[in-house]
Design a binder for this molecule. Structure first.
Ligand code: FES
Length: 151
């Protein structure tokens, strides 16, 4: 299913295949997630960090309506996870597990899952269950009208 299709507001499952489109007015900048830039095996701080605003090359990756409040979606074609922990608060993460780099496999309710070795992440990207010790890598995201822009 393409996000450019007219029926993109109804998703049969919580996986999107990616897409692009025009952006509308900037609605809200959100800060969510946490950086996974730190190295090492010790557990990292779980405090979410503020992400920068999407840059001029940011792309529309989904509709606001595609991301459920208290849940999220995996956009396989872009290797992104989009979440909305609370209404209007959006987060974007690279869909790569911080344990050994497997692709994130799903978002189940309020949990981001890597099936390789069972790591689970909260909607803000922090580790809920290892073996991963570092949070998911956050990406700049904001809602622009009815679109979510990442980049
Ligand atoms: Fe995800 Fe190991 S790579 S749990």
């Amino acid at each position: 299913m393409s996000l450019d299709s007219p029926d993109r507001t109804s998703l049969p499952r919580r996986t999107l295949l990616g897409g692009a489109g025009a952006a509308a007015a900037v609605a809200a900048l959100t800060a969510c997630g946490a950086s996974s830039d730190a190295a090492g095996d010790a557990p990292q701080a779980q405090t979410p960090t503020t992400t920068a605003r999407p840059g001029p090359d940011a792309e529309v990756v989904a509709a606001v309506a595609d991301v459920p409040v208290g849940g999220g979606v995996l956009i396989e074609g872009r290797r992104l996870v989009l979440t909305q922990p609370t209404e209007g608060d959006f987060c974007a993460f690279l869909a790569l597990c911080t344990h050994q780099g497997c692709n994130i496999t799903s978002v189940e309710g309020d949990t981001i899952v890597c099936a390789c070795h069972g790591s689970k992440f909260a909607l803000d990207g922090t580790v809920m269950q290892g073996p991963a010790k570092r949070p998911l890598k956050a990406q700049p995201v904001e809602a622009r009208g009815t679109d979510l822009v990442v980049g």
